[in-house]
Design a protein. Structure first.
Length: 427
C-alpha cells in the first residue's frame, strides 16, 4: 500500500506499534546487523533509549570542529575549479561527508578526500551500490541464489573489509579507554589538561541500559556501522541538492550571501554553534531542498496489526510505503510544489501546517536520531562553501536523471561552475 497524504502517513509514523521495517531492509542486515535502523520491538526500544543521550550538545560541539576541519579541505579542493569548466561536485561533497562521519562516529581520520582509493572508502561505496542493486532485483533476494552470482561474492568480500575495519577501531578505542581510566586512576592527567575530542564510539563504549548492562562489541559494531551508512550518503545528497537549487535560483543565493556576510563579515573563521543559530535563511534553504529532494525518498513498514487508514482496513502483515517525494509535493499544502521557495519555512508560513506534511527525517517514535547532527553538518559545510564561492548550476531538472532506492541521487551528477565572490578567498 502506498501512502502520500499527511493524514494517512500520520497513522503509520505516529504509531508505537507499526515500527517494524519492511522486508526491503533485510538486505542491510549482513552489514548493519540489527542496529537502530533495522531492529524492531524491545531491542529497538532499549537501544534507542541508550543511544539518544549520546547526541547531546557537548558532543555536537566536538563534531562541529570536525566539520570545520574537513570543510576547509573541501574548500582547497574546490579552489582549483574557480573560473574553470563545469565540474561534477557530487563526489567531492560525498567524500567530505564520509570524512566527517568517520571522524565523528569512530574518531578515525580516513582521509577520504585526499585518498578516495582507500580500501575502506571503496568498500563503503561498493556496499551501498550492491544493496541498492539487490533491492530492485527479486531474483537476487534468496541468500543461496545471491551467493551464486558475482555480486554476492563481491558483497561478502566488501563485508569482510568493512567489519574488520570497524572491529579494529572498536578494539583500539576500548584499549584507549582502559588506558585513560588507568592513567586517571594513577593520577597522571593529560599534559596541559588538553581535552580529547569525543566520538560517537566513545559514548557507546560507556553507555548502559536501565539495568546497568553495557553493549557488547557486536552491539557496538552494529551501531557504528549504522551511523556510517546512514550518516554520510544522506547528508551528502542533501548538501548537493541544496547547492544545485541555489545554483538554479540566483535570487535565493544572493539572500544566503547577504546573511553570511552579516554573520561572518569578510572573514574565513570557523563556523560556531552561535553562527548556525543565526543562519535562519540558510536553514530554510536546506529545509526546502529536502522538501523537493528528500534524501530518503520512501519509508517502508510492515504492519504489526490491522489498522484503519482513511476509513479502509489494512490487514496485519501488509507492507506500507510512505513516499516522501510525493507527500512533499501536495499542492494543497505547498502551492506550486515544483518551485524552490525557502520562504515556505519561515515560522509564520509553517503555522497550521499538518505535522506529517513534511517528514524528511521521518517522524514519530522512529524518527531520525541524527537529525540535529545532519542539519548542523549541512549548514556548516554550505556556509563554508558559499562564503567563498558563487555557484551556477549547469543542468536543467530534466537532465539530472534522478534515481532513488535507498537514497535520492542524481544519476548524472551535479554539474556546476564556481566563481569567486568579490572580497572572498583564502586570507
Amino acid at each position: 500500500m502506498i501512502l502520500y497524504h499527511p493524514d494517512s502517513v500520520e497513522v503509520i509514523l505516529n504509531s508505537s506499534k507499526h515500527i517494524e521495517k519492511s522486508y526491503l531492509y533485510h538486505f542491510l542486515h549482513p552489514w548493519l546487523g540489527t542496529g537502530l535502523l533495522t531492529s524492531t520491538g524491545d531491542k529497538w526500544r532499549s537501544r534507542r533509549k541508550m543511544i539518544t543521550p549520546t547526541f547531546h550538545f557537548a558532543i555536537l560541539n566536538d563534531f562541529l570542529e570536525v566539520m570545520n576541519e574537513q570543510g576547509s579541505i573541501l574548500l582547497e579542493k574546490l579552489e582549483k575549479h574557480v573560473d574553470k569548466e563545469p565540474f561534477d561536485i557530487f563526489l567531492d561533497i560525498t567524500l567530505c561527508a564520509l570524512d566527517i562521519i568517520c571522524e565523528t562516529a569512530m574518531g578515525k581520520n580516513v582521509g577520504a578526500q585526499e585518498n578516495k582509493d582507500s580500501e575502506y572508502v571503496r568498500a563503503i561505496y561498493r556496499m551501498s551500490d550492491l544493496i541498492q542493486q539487490r533491492q530492485k532485483s527479486p531474483w537476487l533476494w534468496p541468500d543461496f541464489l545471491y551467493m551464486l552470482f558475482k555480486e554476492g561474492r563481491e558483497h561478502e568480500r566488501n563485508l569482510k573489509i568493512l567489519h574488520n575495519f570497524t572491529d579494529t577501531v572498536i578494539a583500539e578505542k576500548a584499549a584507549e579507554l582502559e588506558n585513560t581510566k588507568q592513567t586517571t586512576h594513577d593520577g597522571n592527567c593529560e599534559e596541559g589538561g588538553s581535552r580529547k575530542r569525543l566520538a560517537f564510539l566513545d559514548m557507546l563504549l560507556s553507555a548502559t541500559d536501565d539495568e546497568g548492562n553495557k553493549l557488547s562489541y557486536k552491539d557496538i559494531r552494529e551501531e557504528v556501522d549504522t551511523f556510517m551508512f546512514e550518516g554520510h550518503d544522506t547528508t551528502a545528497a542533501a548538501m548537493n541538492w541544496a547547492l544545485y537549487l541555489l545554483g538554479r535560483n540566483p535570487e535565493a543565493q544572493k539572500k544566503v550571501h547577504r546573511e553570511l556576510d552579516e554573520v561572518f563579515g569578510n572573514t574565513e573563521r570557523p563556523v560556531t554553534m552561535d553562527d548556525l543559530k543565526k543562519l535562519r535563511y540558510l536553514e530554510c534553504v536546506t529545509k526546502e531542498a529536502l522538501r523537493l529532494f528528500p534524501s530518503v525518498p520512501l519509508f517502508a513498514r510492515t504492519l504489526r496489526e490491522d489498522c484503519y487508514i482513511r476509513g479502509y482496513q489494512v490487514p496485519k502483515g501488509a507492507s506500507v510505503l510512505v513516499i516522501t517525494y510525493a507527500l512533499h509535493r501536495d499542492p494543497e499544502i505547498f502551492p506550486d510544489p515544483e518551485e524552490f521557495r525557502p520562504e515556505r519555512f519561515f515560522p509564520e508560513n509553517c503555522k497550521g501546517r499538518h505535522p506529517y506534511a513534511y517528514v524528511p527525517f521521518s517522524a514519530g517514535p522512529r524518527n531520525c536520531i541524527g537529525q540535529r547532527f545532519a542539519q548542523m553538518e549541512e549548514k556548516a559545510i554550505l556556509a563554508l562553501i558559499l562564503r567563498r564561492f558563487w555557484v551556477e548550476s549547469c543542468h536543467k531538472p530534466e537532465e539530472l536523471g534522478i534515481t532513488g532506492e535507498l537514497i535520492l541521487r542524481p544519476s548524472n551528477g551535479i554539474w556546476i561552475k564556481l566563481k569567486r565572490r568579490p572580497e572572498a578567498g583564502p586570507e
